[in-house]
Design a protein around this ligand. Structure first.
Ligand SMILES: Cc1cc2nc3c(=O)[nH]c(=O)nc-3n(C[C@H](O)[C@H](O)[C@H](O)COP(=O)(O)OP(=O)(O)OC[C@H]3O[C@@H](n4cnc5c(N)ncnc54)[C@H](O)[C@@H]3O)c2cc1C
Length: 375
């Protein structure tokens, strides 16, 4: 744990932190950070060694995302989605697809994103309405995906659609420059996560061959729930635990250094000490719960999915709670945006609405714990 987590913290300090303020202020994609990520081949984290990657898995995914998020939630989220799609290729791609994609993902030539959400199905992204028809040996995709994070920067998007060959869903890898693909280039103006570059993607008569489908026709629902789901839900847990850790470190530092005329500091006030104690306990618990859930998934424990969902629910709540309390400690200075807590609070609010939303997930957890099918 310590090696990869600490290495990624160092990377974040050098290549992510210098850009976080501008990424938020100007709502720009963290391109410099991703250039460095590609150069240092961190895009290769989940690519097996035989394809030129690092051959790592769920635990290191969580550790890396957590380390990045404790500096910048936006960068961590975009990176997390790249890993999720990569892992789906590793697990379900044909040998031909793996040969074509994995070495290039490993060396930073290909960055991936997820285009699942649609305006119609909203948080229920596993119920797409994208239309698929077939002509000769090509599949033709028509429709609109909403909220594509890393749009324009990711080379390929993993897209879910109803299968035309059989019942169920298909997962497709669609290149951003394929004829018929375009983005509604409105600048993402979200409350937080402002560098995400999320925007709608239009697919108009996009022709694609079956070699870009992951797995057998109709198998994507199983991919979404068994492969994409755990890596994505755990990834969100890591992102929002990272936000809580960032707020915790920031406010402790601020409380120690904010001086009154009598030379006492904020941190000398017992009420503030109690708040800090609560913040630290919550943020640290979110971190350790996320890492424990990752371990349970990696070691195939029976209740791994329940742990992963639960860690994500916990982290989502903790991030908002910790940032809210930190805003109180930061006083007018925090409210006036002179320290970064307000940014972290805005980022934290995304946790509850990102699909599967916390309300939906909490129902799923209840089902999982009582042996009922999800969703
Ligand atoms: C920062 C950010 C980045 C994103 N990036 C991507 C991306 O890269 N790719 C992608 O595919 N999507 C992405 N999304 C989309 C996102 O994950 C959701 O799909 C989208 O926010 C759903 O929006 P909606 O308004 O249509 O939700 P709705 O479906 O209208 O839901 C609205 C509210 O109703 C609640 N609700 C709905 N159904 C139920 C139910 N059955 N039980 C209980 N509560 C329910 C939800 O919890 C939610 O709070 C992103 C979203 C955000 C905020």
């Amino acid at each position: 744990m310590d090696n990869i987590y600490n290495k990624m913290l160092e990377f974040a300090k050098k290549h992510i932190e210098p850009y976080t303020t501008d990424v938020d202020k100007n709502a720009t994609f963290p391109k410099e950070s991703f250039d460095a990520l590609k150069k240092e081949r961190i895009t290769a984290l989940l690519v097996p060694k035989e394809y030129g990657g690092m051959g790592l898995s769920l635990e290191e995914h969580a550790q890396t995302v957590l380390a990045f998020a404790s500096t910048c939630a936006t960068t961590a989220l975009c990176y997390m989605m790249h890993n999720v799609a990569t892992n789906c290729i590793v697990t379900h791609g044909s040998e031909e697809l793996k040969q074509k994609f994995l070495p290039k993902i490993a060396n930073g030539e290909i960055l991936l994103a997820l285009a699942y959400s649609e305006s119609g199905s909203g948080t229920h992204f596993y119920q797409p309405e994208l239309k698929v028809t077939k002509k000769d040996n090509k599949y033709i995709l028509n429709g609109r995906k909403s909220f594509v994070t890393s749009a324009l920067y990711a080379d390929y998007c993993l897209i879910d659609a109803n299968s035309i060959d059989t019942e169920g869903l298909d997962n497709w890898l669609v290149h951003k420059d394929l004829m018929g693909v375009s983005y509604q280039e409105s600048n993402w103006d979200g409350l937080g996560m402002r560098g995400n570059a999320s925007m709608p993607m239009l697919l108009e008569n996009v022709q694609i061959g079956s070699e870009y489908r992951l797995g057998e026709a109709g198998s994507a629902e199983e991919q979404i729930f068994n492969t994409v789901g755990p890596f994505f839900i755990l990834g969100l847990s890591a992102v929002y635990s990272g936000v809580a850790l960032n707020a915790c470190n920031t406010i402790i530092d601020y409380a120690k250094n904010r001086k009154y005329p009598d030379n006492t500091t904020l941190s000398n006030i017992p009420t503030v000490q109690n708040h800090i104690s609560k913040i630290y306990t919550k943020a640290t618990s979110a971190k350790h719960f996320t890492l424990a859930a990752a371990k349970s998934g990696a070691t195939g424990q029976e209740d791994a999915l329940a742990q992963i969902i639960s860690a994500r629910l916990n982290a989502s709540e903790v991030a908002v709670d910790v940032c809210t309390l930190a805003m109180k400690i930061g006083g007018g200075t925090a409210y006036a945006k002179r320290i970064k807590i307000e940014r972290l609070l805005r980022d934290a609010f995304a946790a509850q609405v990102m699909a599967p939303s916390t309300d939906v997930l909490s129902t799923w957890l209840g089902k999982a714990l009582t042996d009922q099918p999800i969703p």
